[in-house]
Design a binder for this molecule. Structure first.
Ligand SMILES: *Cc1c(COP(=O)(O)O)cnc(C)c1O
Length: 373
């Protein structure tokens, strides 16, 4: 049996990438100031480079992607005392699972979840229906790309523009949660800026597959980012010598094209898992670095526990699947090992259990199982 927590066999998330020697050296050599006073040159360089990559006027370093997602709707809100915007987000998104509660508490915002199509795009009729009720209420519409619960499906610029056009028709602010937008850009073979262009604000992350230890960035207009910078301080997210985390993030930006290798690993994993009897995969149209699988008769929690018994770590999800995310620590040896482990688990599922309903999400799948998303 393989040892537990062996990085090659840990497929829970691409957040589990660790800073390598070059990133650590960059931290050691980083020129720093005090970013709260606006004079940390390494942070300034990172913000400039990310804004240029995404084609926005400005960018703001945040400790996490979560904080960038909190700041975008807060910064899109009116001055203190004005009505809180409605928050419209896909029901199966990071915003709905992990930011909506914070936005309710800190911003008084109510989440209006919208059903998503299999590709992750919000159902446009349902979105239009939500927007047209109380059409003049301030509103923030959110879109996620890649789509976390749709097996990392990448949405193209046309899909993004369709949501943007609808949001803008009703005067809403359109926020793109692009924590994995780099994966989408690489999978689609388009510049990041093309996918970001329709949005009023974009969350970007350097600590997923790009491998930096820390860092989200909120990108948008100069005004939006200036408001977010002020609010970041209010939320306690302004870091003084943040150059030490901006430096490895700059290294991460050089590695955008390398995400293609993670996608190849995921494709190899998907084709291996597809050959296992009793295993069903979610099949995204534009796959990136995720594979979602289920075994009829096992809840995601049971499946994850049994895989862990073979040294393979996956994340059980509330949508009935377990999630494999591939990243730079993975290789074909790990892929073969993971396929073998899932085959062994599937083989133990009895015929009797195969007759139970595998569609039901298992118990114990709550926000906790999403915390590492
Ligand atoms: C990971 C992720 C976030 C949050 O980023 P953290 O840095 O982990 O807080 C937000 N949205 C999506 C789609 C993500 O995948």
């Amino acid at each position: 049996m393989a040892p537990a927590d062996f990085p090659r066999l840990d497929f829970r998330s691409d957040t589990r990438t660790v800073p390598d020697a070059r990133m650590r050296a960059a931290t050691a050599a980083a020129e720093v100031g005090d970013d709260v006073y606006g004079d940390d040159p390494t942070v300034a360089l990172l913000e400039e480079r990310v804004a240029a990559l995404l084609g926005t006027e400005a960018a703001l370093l945040t400790p996490t992607g979560t904080m960038a997602n909190l700041l975008a709707p807060l910064a899109a809100s009116g001055p203190p005392g004005s009505p809180a915007p409605r928050l419209i987000a896909g029901a199966d998104t990071h915003m709905a699972f992990l930011e909506a509660e914070g936005l309710r508490r800190f911003g008084g915002m109510e989440l209006l979840p919208v059903e998503q199509r299999p590709d992750g795009l919000p159902d446009l009729d349902a979105l239009a229906a939500l927007l047209s009720t109380a059409a003049d209420a301030p509103t923030v519409v959110c879109l996620e790309n890649t789509s976390m619960m749709r097996s990392g499906n990448a949405l193209d610029a046309a899909a993004t523009r369709a949501v943007a056009a609808l949001a803008h028709r009703y005067g809403a602010h359109f926020h793109l949660d692009g924590a994995r937008l780099a994966n989408a850009a690489v999978a689609l073979g388009v510049p990041l800026a093309e996918l970001a262009e329709p949005a009023d604000s974009v969350t970007f992350s350097v600590s997923k597959g790009l491998g930096a230890p820390v860092g989200g960035l909120l990108c948008g207009s100069r005004d939006h980012v200036a408001r977010a910078r002020e609010l970041r301080g209010r939320l306690g997210g302004s870091l003084h010598q943040a150059g030490v985390v901006a430096a490895p993030a700059l290294v991460a930006l050089d590695r955008l094209p390398e995400l293609a290798a993670d996608h190849e690993t995921a494709a190899a994993l998907a084709s291996g898992l597809a050959s296992v009897p009793g295993v069903e995969l979610m099949r995204p149209a534009r796959p990136t670095n995720m594979v979602m699988a289920r075994i009829a008769g096992l809840t995601p929690g049971e499946c994850a526990d049994r895989l862990a018994g073979h040294g393979v770590r996956v994340l059980p999800l509330p949508n009935g699947y377990v999630r494999f995310v591939t990243h730079r620590a993975h290789d074909m040896i790990g892929v073969r090992e993971a396929v073998r482990a899932l085959a062994a688990v599937a083989a133990t599922v009895s015929v009797a259990r195969l007759t139970t309903d595998g569609d039901r999400p298992g118990p114990g799948l709550s926000l906790t199982s999403m915390e590492e998303a």
